[in-house]
Design a protein around this ligand. Sequence first.
Ligand code: PMT
Length: 325
Amino acid sequence: MDLVNGSQEAPQESLDTDMESFFETAPPLRDGLDISRKLGEFIELNSPPTGERIVCVTSGGTTVPLEQRCVRYIDNFSSGHRGAASTEYFLKAGYAVIFLHRRGTCQPYCRSLPEDSLLECFELTEESSVQGVFNVKCDIEKHLNSHLSQAVEQGLLLKLPFTTIFEYLQILRMVATSMKSLGSRGMFYLAAAVSDFYVPWESMVEHKIQSASGPLDMRLAQVPKMLSMLRKEWAPMAFCISFKLETDSNILLKKADMALRKYKMHMVVANELLSRKEEVTVVTSSGRITVRRDKNEADADVENPLIKLLEERHSTYIQESNTTN
Ligand code: PMT
C-alpha cells in the first residue's frame, strides 16, 4: 500500500480546503435528520434551567472502507473501554453525555459483562434447571443495564453510533455545531482512535477488490485533522481534551506537547498502549500531571481520578470565561 505521507505540516488554507472536500465527497449519513433531531432535543433538555454541562465523549476506532460496497476495511485499534468508563464517571459527576461510539465496542455500565455467553458462567448441577440459570442471567443483565437505561430515560445519555471515518467526522461536526450555543459549558473528550489515512469516496472502487489481479497497490489520502476546525469554528468556546496514543514512550510526551500547542487543546491526555489502563499523563499549558489508578482497589479505574481532574479544570474554565465575558 502506498501511503500518501502526511508528516509534513500543511498550511491552514490547504487544511480548510481538505476539510471542505472531505465533507463534500463523503457519502451522506443515512440517518442524518434523525441524529439532528435527537441532538436538538438532548441539548435543549440539558441546557439551563434544567441542565448544566454537556460532554461529548468519542470512543472506539473508525474504519476506512476500501470498497464502496464494503467487504474490506482498515481499522483503528480501540476497545472502547476508555470511552465507556469515562462516560460512567462523567454521568456520576453530573454531566449529560453524548456518547459518540463505534458500533459493537464497549458500552457504559456493561464493561463487567463477560465476553462469553453469560450462560457459560453457570455450572449446571442436577438440582439446577436451565430455566433457573436463565432467570439468574436475566437478573444480572437487568441490574447492569438499569444504570444505562436510567441515564437514557432521564435524558442524560445520548448514544450515537458510527463505524466509518465518514460517519464519525460528519456526526462529530453535527454534535459540535449543535453544542456551540453552550459556550464554555460544553466539553469534548476525544478518546476515539481516528483514522489518519483514507480512500476518498469518489476514488474508491465500487465492487470487491479482486485478488486475481495480483498485489494490491492503493493510494491513501490524509484525513484532515478536525481538531483545529473544532476549536476555530465548530465550538470555539468548548473545553477540549484530545488524546495522544503512542507505543514508544520516548516520543509520547513530546507529541502530546505538540498537539496541545498546534491544535490549541485545553488538555491532551497522553497514554501508552500497554500501560493505558494503569496511568495517563495529562499535558496542560501549565505542566504535566500523572494520573494513576488506585492499585489498592482491585476494580479501580484510571478514569475515576482522571474525570475528577477534568471536572475541576472545566469548572475553573467556566468561571474564568464568565468573568472575562
Ligand atoms: O479504547 P481503549 O482500548 O480503552 O483504548 C483507549 C485509547 C488508547 C484508544 C485512547 O485512550 C486514545 O488514546 N485515543 C486516541 C488514539 C488516537 O487516535 O490518537 P492519535 O494520535 O491518532 O490522534 C490524536 C488526536 O487527534 C485524537 O484525539 C483524535 O481524535 C484526533 N484526530 C486524529 C486523526 C484525525 N484525522 N483527526 C483528529 O482530529
